[in-house]
Write a protein that binds this ligand. Structure first.
Ligand code: SF4
Length: 188
């Protein structure tokens, strides 16, 4: 699988202290995308599922992991592999929030349904720069938050009703990586 970055603790894209995984590869090419460097799949991003599982378990030995936030790029380009990874780490958390540029109605292939089965909350739809109105958790207001697993309904409704967008900065290799839902025209 192709992963550009894994960060912990991500606190601004879903409730609690989460492992955030940014997958490489996206075909949508939305105008104003804040991660265009993740559109292409570059061999330097290749990691095995086992390597990622080991890394997640090493974080989990000393930290509370409240969930996973899966984004990119578009994770649906690697849906089958991500579903396999989530199966391996489901004992750590099944609270999986996933961003995709596809709309849910487009996600009908076997590999897509295999991944959707493991997702608690899906945020779908392409990024529309003109519709960036700082909606909570959504880059643009055309995107929709779908709570797919009933057992997460109260948790996420409470989270959505009581929070607003925040930005979290991580220092990686002397560079700042800014995480969260950015306002229109954000450039670091
Ligand atoms: S779907 Fe997301 S990552 Fe892909 S181009 Fe659109 S905003 Fe960028």
């Amino acid at each position: 699988m192709y992963i550009a970055r894994i960060l912990y603790p991500v606190r601004v894209l879903g409730p609690g202290n989460r492992i955030g995984i940014w997958f490489a590869g996206c075909k949508h090419r939305c105008k104003g995308c804040s991660n265009p460097e993740l559109w292409s799949i570059n061999e330097k991003y290749f990691v095995t599922i086992e390597q990622v599982e080991r890394l997640i378990r090493s974080v989990a030995t000393e930290n509370e992991i409240d969930g996973f936030t899966i984004t990119g790029g578009d994770p649906m380009e690697q849906a089958s592999e991500i579903a396999d990874l989530l199966e391996k780490v489901k004992d750590i958390s099944e609270d999986v929030m996933l961003y995709t540029g596809y709309e849910i109605a487009e996600l009908t292939s076997d590999m897509h349904t295999k991944l959707l089965d493991k997702v608690a909350v899906l945020i779908d739809g392409r990024y529309e720069e003109d519709l960036n109105d700082n909606s909570f958790l959504r880059g643009s207001s055309n995107q929709t938050i779908h709570i797919l697993k009933k057992q997460y309904s109260d948790k996420y409704h409470n989270y959505i009703n009581n929070n607003q967008n925040e930005i979290q900065n991580f220092m990686i290799n002397n560079e700042v990586v800014s995480v969260g839902i950015h306002k229109k025209d954000f450039r670091f």
